[in-house]
Each structure stands twice: as C-alpha cells, then as structure tokens.
Design a protein around this ligand. Structure first.
Ligand code: GLN
Length: 502
C-alpha cells in the first residue's frame, strides 16, 4: 500500500469502509511521508502526530463498533489546516512571530465542523504571514517549496496547504482566500482550489486579515475532493455575523448526480461561459494565455457556448483591493499588542515602548507595510478620499459582475498571469500585487470561484483556469469543474515529490 496518497477522497472512503486499510494505517502512511519528505518542502509548521494517531484509533474503533456513520462521511480520512484556523490545544501562528507561542483555547467552527464529519487533522500548514502575500515567502517559519520544482514558490498565501496536497502529504486541506489565496497556489501547484460565496463558511476562529473578504476555502486534487471537504465546512454559524443562514446543498451528491445526467459527448450543452477581454490583458504570460484558451476550446467542444462579457478594468479592481484590504487589516491587527497573547518584547520601558517594540519586532515587513497603508487610508483627512471612494468603487465592481452574469452562467479566466516563479526572486511589492490581478475582483464582489489545472507550460509547470460563479452558485461551479475533469486528465498528473515513495 505504498500509493495510498494517490487515491481520491471517494477511494479513501471506500477503502476504509471495505477495510482495505484502517485509518491508523492511512494516517501512518501520510505521517511517514511528511517526516521523510517535508524537510525539502516546509509545508507544515506544526505536526500533531500524537493527536492524529489517537483520532485515527478512535475512528477505527467507531467504524468497527457498528455505530451509525451517516453524519461522519469523512470518518478516518486525514487532512490538515492552514495555520490561521484556531485549534484548541495545538499551536496557531498565522505564519507570524507575533503568534509563535499562541495556543488557542477554542476551535474555529471550520475545525470543529470538519472534525465532527470524522476527518483527522495531521497538523497546521505554513502560510504567508497573516495571509498577506502570494508566494509564501513572508512566513516567519520559512518559505515553502513547490513540489513540482523545489526551486520555485508554491504561491500564497495558502502555500503550505497547496504544497502539502501536491506533495502527497495530505489528500486535501483547508486554506483561506481573501484575494486569491486558495486559487493562485492551486494554480501554481496543479491542484483544484475552491473559494466559496462570502458568508457560506463561518469565519469564527479564523484569524482575520480583511474581514469583508476572508473566506475559508478548500484545496484538493479534484473538484470532487474539494466538494467532500466543503460540504461539512459550510453552513450558518451564529458566532459569525456575516455567515448566512441558507440551506447547504450536498455538494458531493450534486456533482455526482450532474455527472450521471450529463450527455456523454456534450456534457456542457446549454452552459454559457463568459469570457472578458479584461482578463486577457497585458502582463499575461503567453503560455498561460494559450493554455487557458485551449481549455476554453475544450469546453466548447464539450458543448458549452462562449459569450463575450465585460467586467471592471482589473487595474481599478487591484487598486480598490489594495486600499480596502490593508485598511481592514490595520484595524484587525491592532489587537496584537503584546498584552493579552502572543509575542511580547523584552523589558519594555513603559506602555508605549511595549506596544511599539512588540509590534515592530513581532510583525514582518509585508505586514507592517499593509498596516501602514491601511492606517493611512483610514486616517482623518484621507478617509473620504481613499477609503470611502474605494468602497464606492467596490459596489461598481459588483454591479459589473452582476451585469455580466445576465448573459452567462460562469466567467472563465486565467487564475494568475504567470506560473510558479523562482524562490528569492525578491519581487517588489507592486509586482507581487499585480499577480493578484485576476483573482481579487471575486473577493470584492463576494462571489464563489474555483481554480483547476488546465495544462502545463514547456517547463512542465502547472497552469490554472479560473471559473467564477454568481452568488450561491458554489455547487454549479464545482459541477462545471468536475465534468471537465471527467473528460480531461490534467488534474491527475502528479508532482515529482508525490511520485516519490518513502
Ligand atoms: N495575495 C493577496 C494579498 O496579498 C491575497 C491574499 C489572500 O487571499 N489571503 O493580499
């Protein structure tokens, strides 16, 4: 059973049910891979071996006891969490020195929901500090290496989540997406990443970056695997005022039913895919463009119709995001002051010194930059010119999307303008921000979106296709990706690390 890490979630569930392997065996398999191979990837910040083994034993005992398993569809299946989900009793750092010693007294709702569904957390995954970044190089715990080419970045900020799945260390993982943080690493690591509609998943216990954008997300090797994880995560939570009380469809059953119903040759008959020229502008790598256009042609061959739509100029969208997200971040991060939890500077002279040195020493450069930008935008005299104006533009961006969805069902685009770049490229901040140009509109508008593999460049690096849905079309998006994956094999390709046995 050396290739358990190649199995899909459906196959893992099947194997556990038919007792081909136990949860303890499965968990040991993944832990052994992590212990042997993660030194070259650095995807985990904390590995919870004891907790995982105990949970696996309990899962096996529950299965053999003959208990009703209807509410535990993921019983005994391993996974891991991005290190911004609070986990009771296990370190939660958000990739920062500021939280290097923070053990949460409670679980995030996402964490307890997934545990209640029976899944087993192996630990906590590396990420850009406070989820600010696009290459995972701002983590206090070191950069993460891309399993497709370990000299390259995995993307970010959910870089640890993407690298761990692409390396075969966990079958799927949680992440978060504030401006593209699940979709862009999915694109860089040849995976499928799903950012749900804003309000679909509780933010309670998820360390905030920009609260009106943040949404917990899933990353796996296929849309079907993402659906298995999204289903227990989703739902109303009275502890998050922005979570929405709306029925949760069974994403897995929906996608399987759609696959059964679909025409064998033209599964996308009737589907209108919107393509916006704004998403194919300057700065787009030519291999990314040709690969995405070829994938769109495949959709057409499988019955879809391509329609032209317009969305807001991505440069305006980018400027709006980089005004509002840092503003929210500067407010959210004011709670880290060395008083109640986390890092505290040594021997403070007085209270002002405590605050100043704690925050100067505890936050990295990118986080400090964002706090400065955000504080500036919110300060008296500038508030209306920057913050209020950006809020107005945010509304217009949403209206442009709404208008586009009058003539199409989903909008397709490249996920990122480029493929995974070399580590230590030391991009200047603005160049890095430009990499988010295709993903952030979705977050400004609160829409669901998915990134899935659409091919590879000459160097063998994965390229992602983004599909954007209208509000609450999460299930439709997963299905649109799943049917494509039933007719193509890009998502089945494995990184060199995933092909390495231990
Ligand atoms: N790269 C974007 C940023 O740095 C998005 C990050 C995210 O989605 N958390 O803000």
């Amino acid at each position: 059973m050396s290739d358990l890490h190649h199995l899909s979630i459906a196959q893992l569930i099947d194997g556990l049910q038919s007792q081909h392997f136990s949860s303890v065996e499965l968990t040991d398999h993944f832990l052994k891979r992590i212990n042997t191979l993660d030194k070259d990837i650095n995807s985990f910040i904390t590995l919870d071996e004891d907790g995982a083994r105990q949970a696996a034993k309990d899962a096996d005992a529950k299965r053999s006891s003959g208990a009703d398993l209807a509410n535990t569809p993921l019983l005994g299946v391993p996974m891991a969490h991005k290190d911004l989900f609070c986990t009771k009793g296990v370190l939660t750092t958000s990739g920062s020195k500021m939280l290097h010693n923070f053990v949460s007294p409670y679980d995030a709702t996402v964490v307890s929901n997934i545990r209640n569904a029976g899944a087993i957390s192996l630990g906590k995954l590396n990420m850009d500090e406070f989820a600010m970044g696009s290459d995972n190089e701002s983590s206090f715990y070191g950069a993460v290496h891309n399993p497709w080419d370990t000299s390259r970045v995995p993307g970010g900020s959910s870089g640890g989540s993407a690298a761990a799945v692409a390396a075969g260390f966990v079958p799927f993982a949680t992440g978060s997406d504030t401006g593209g943080s699940i979709r862009q690493p999915a694109s860089f690591c040849g995976l499928t990443g799903m950012k749900p509609t804003y309000g679909r998943v509780s933010r309670f216990g998820m360390i905030a970056y920009a609260s009106s954008f943040d949404q917990a997300s899933t990353i796996g090797r296929s849309a079907e695997d993402c659906a298995y994880l999204l289903h227990p995560m989703a739902g109303y939570d009275p502890r998050d005022a922005t979570s929405i009380d709306r029925e949760v469809p069974n994403y897995v059953a929906d996608l399987q039913a759609a696959a059964e119903k679909a025409d064998a040759d033209k599964p996308f008959a009737g589907l209108r895919i919107g393509v916006a020229k704004e998403y194919f502008g300057s700065g787009l790598d030519s291999e990314v463009e040709s690969t995405v256009r070829a994938a769109l042609k495949q959709y057409e061959d499988l019955g879809a119709t391509i329609v032209e739509v317009n969305i807001t100029d991505p440069e305006i969208t980018l400027a709006t995001y980089y005004m509002l997200a840092p503003a929210e971040a500067s407010s959210n991060l004011s709670r880290f002051d060395g008083v109640r939890f986390g890092y505290r500077c040594e021997d403070p002279k007085d209270l002002a010194d405590l605050y100043t040195r704690t925050r100067s020493e505890g936050f990295g450069t990118e986080v400090q930059r964002r706090i400065l930008m955000g504080t500036y935008a919110l300060s008296a005299g500038y508030f209306d010119a920057y913050y209020t104006k950006a809020q107005k533009v945010r509304r217009l961006i949403l209206e442009d999307f709404k208008k586009a969805f009058e003539s199409c069902d989903v909008i397709a685009s490249p996920t990122a303008p480029n493929t995974a770049y070399e580590l230590n490229t030391a991009l200047d901040p603005v160049t890095m921000y430009l990499g988010d140009v295709y993903t952030i509109g979705v977050n400004l508008a609160g829409l669901p979106a998915i990134s899935m593999p659409a091919g590879f460049n000459q160097a063998g690096l994965p390229i992602g296709l983004q599909l954007i849905g209208n509000h609450w079309d999460d299930s439709k998006l997963l299905t649109t990706a799943h049917l494509f994956q039933q007719h193509t094999d890009y998502h089945t390709k494995l990184s060199p690390v995933a092909q390495t046995g231990v």
